[in-house]
Design a protein around this ligand. Sequence first.
Ligand code: CA
Ligand code: CA
Length: 145
Amino acid sequence: MSKVEDFLSKEEELEIIEAIRVAEKSTSGEIRVHIEKETSLDSIDRATEVFNTLKMHETKDSNGVLLYVAVKSKKFAICGDKGINEVVPHDFWETTKNTMENHFKNNNFKQGLVDGILKAGQQLKKYFPFDDNDMDELSNEISKG
Ligand code: CA
Ligand code: CA
């Protein structure tokens, strides 16, 4: 159980990537997913580390968002860049987190991620609307640890 393929089928991965594509059609925010087996760190500390490793701070508006999951450790976190944190309320990610948690509890990682991504996109839209010059600044591929 060390590979992400054990947690998500190829089809499920494609559904997640599609959800990112859809979400990024309504916001300039850039959403990424990182999945790994386990971590001994606090989920948000590890998510921040991964965020940096993936160079997710390299967006024009500092509006990258990482959905981080450590499957075996049953941990997850949402890490947004500073451009987001500066403008959103402090409980901004709570509803997205709740959505994800409910699915994860039932071991439904794919649906938790898909719904989390779409929810994050809807929420970001208000603060970072999509504009016609938008670029896909960060890959939509799933990052695997
Ligand atoms: Ca974009
Ligand atoms: Ca993207």
